[in-house]
Design a protein around this ligand. Structure first.
Ligand SMILES: Nc1ncnc2c1ncn2[C@@H]1O[C@H](COP(=O)(O)OP(=O)(O)O)[C@@H](O)[C@H]1O
Ligand SMILES: [Mg+2]
Length: 394
């Protein structure tokens, strides 16, 4: 199989990883490059400024010395909706159209501008005949198209696209026993994937991430985003405020994280209610936002579940060249895009359909009752200090 470049699109920069023998059990990473980009080029994993993105993509290829134009992409953002649905078994060439009709009314989304994908998990007998339980993923067509267009206009072609929730799990399937939750904390959204024996069972995307923490510090201290970012990274959840200014920054940081923890807790409760026999038994953390100093400890205490960082580069042989280019500290950020190149190639055969509404309802859920989580975060952060510093990059 020809080499591919796993492309990671982030607000702060682009990252590219050239992978030899992709779609196998143990591919090789041959090259790596990271490139800082101007604010407003990428938001929440999607290209929003075509012109700047095209220039940056060309520069990234130059910098990385990438020898292939084939790109793989992991997609997850606040507009993606994933729901558990039961559908009549869909087969044959009209599967896409059938999917569009089958999910009508089953999901809280408008089906006019969505790309739909269905991952069947289980055959079930129903009064209406044999059906399949599975996960429906709805992506907004227009925003994905803008990203794909920019990539193609910069001279590259898309070899595979997958929903990040699934790619994360392919990369980090977890053990055969127990229930794993992968939590990828990105800049603007957080993807939660609950799985058993490597199979995704339940997915939620929370419209909140590390950049929201930075923005709250920016507002509280009246500093620039870049300064707030530095403050956040240095401060973490360790506590010990000495000045009124410190107290302000610490308070908003903790409130923000408390809100995120609350959304995660709601997701876990929702899952546990439906599956009381399989509560989440451990959490695997990825994404740049998970580097917040002290987060593993605060999370494990607030959720009552063992929490550890994932090792996204662990599934690859990594060349010396890629190491020299500085790939190692980027593992957590790269997880969702790397996962697209691991294991069997996904053949995404998208169907016309749509998604808008549910960002609203999940935003509501995220905002709901952050009090308890805040208390937990405060209590845990106090005792915490250094334990999670291991995962911090800077
Ligand atoms: N050392 C750190 N401590 C806290 N947050 C960090 C650290 N390093 C990166 N981040 C945060 O990670 C987020 C970006 O992570 P990333 O996985 O690249 O997100 P996305 O894929 O959504 O763009 C940003 O909010 C950034 O502030
Ligand atoms: Mg990313």
């Amino acid at each position: 199989m020809a080499a591919v470049v796993a492309l990671d699109l982030s607000r702060s920069g682009l990252r590219g990883v050239q992978i030899e023998s992709p779609y196998t059990a143990r591919p090789t990473i041959s090259r790596f490059a990271a490139l800082a980009i101007e604010d407003g080029t990428v938001f929440d994993g999607e290209i929003v400024d075509q012109r700047r993105a095209i220039a940056a993509l060309k520069e990234l290829w130059k910098r990385g010395g990438f020898t292939t134009k084939n790109v793989v992409l992991g997609i997850s953002n606040r507009k993606v909706v994933v729901r558990e649905v039961t559908l009549p078994a869909l087969t044959g060439p009209n599967r896409s159209t059938s999917l569009r009709f089958a999910v009508e009314g089953q999901v809280p989304i408008d089906l006019d501008d969505a790309i739909l994908d269905f991952l069947p998990l289980r055959d079930v007998e129903t009064p209406h005949g044999p059906q399949q339980e599975g996960l429906l993923v709805a992506t907004v067509r227009s925003s994905l198209e803008a990203t794909v267009n920019a990539i193609e206009r910069s001279g590259h072609s898309i070899d595979a696209v997958d929903f990040s929730g699934f790619s994360l799990l392919r990369l980090m399937p977890g053990p055969q026993r127990g229930t794993q939750a992968i939590i990828n904390v990105g800049g603007s959204s957080t993807t939660i994937v609950i799985s058993t024996a490597g199979t995704p069972r339940f997915v939620r995307i929370v419209p909140s991430g590390g950049d929201d923490v930075t923005r709250s510090i920016e507002r509280a201290l009246g500093v620039s985003f870049a300064e707030a970012e530095q403050d956040k990274i240095a401060r973490g959840l360790q506590g010990g405020a000495a000045t009124p200014r410190d107290v302000d920054a610490e308070t908003v940081l903790r409130e923000n994280i408390a809100g995120l923890i609350d959304s995660i807790r709601n997701t876990f409760s929702f899952w546990a209610n439906a599956h009381p026999d399989a509560p989440v038994s451990f959490v695997t953390l990825t994404g740049g936002g998970s580097r917040l100093n002290g987060l593993t400890l605060v999370l494990s205490r607030a959720l009552g579940v063992e929490t550890a960082y994932g090792n996204p580069l662990g599934s690859f042989s990594v060349s010396q060249k890629a190491r020299n280019a500085g790939i190692e500290p980027w593992g957590l950020e790269l997880a969702s895009s790397l996962g697209v190149a691991v294991g069997a190639k996904v053949s995404t055969k998208p169907a016309r359909g749509a998604s808008k509404a549910s960002a609203k309802s999940s935003a509501k859920a995220a905002a709901a009752g952050a009090k308890q989580a805040e208390k937990d975060a405060k209590a845990a952060a106090k005792a915490d200090a250094k334990a999670a510093a291991k995962g911090a990059r800077k």
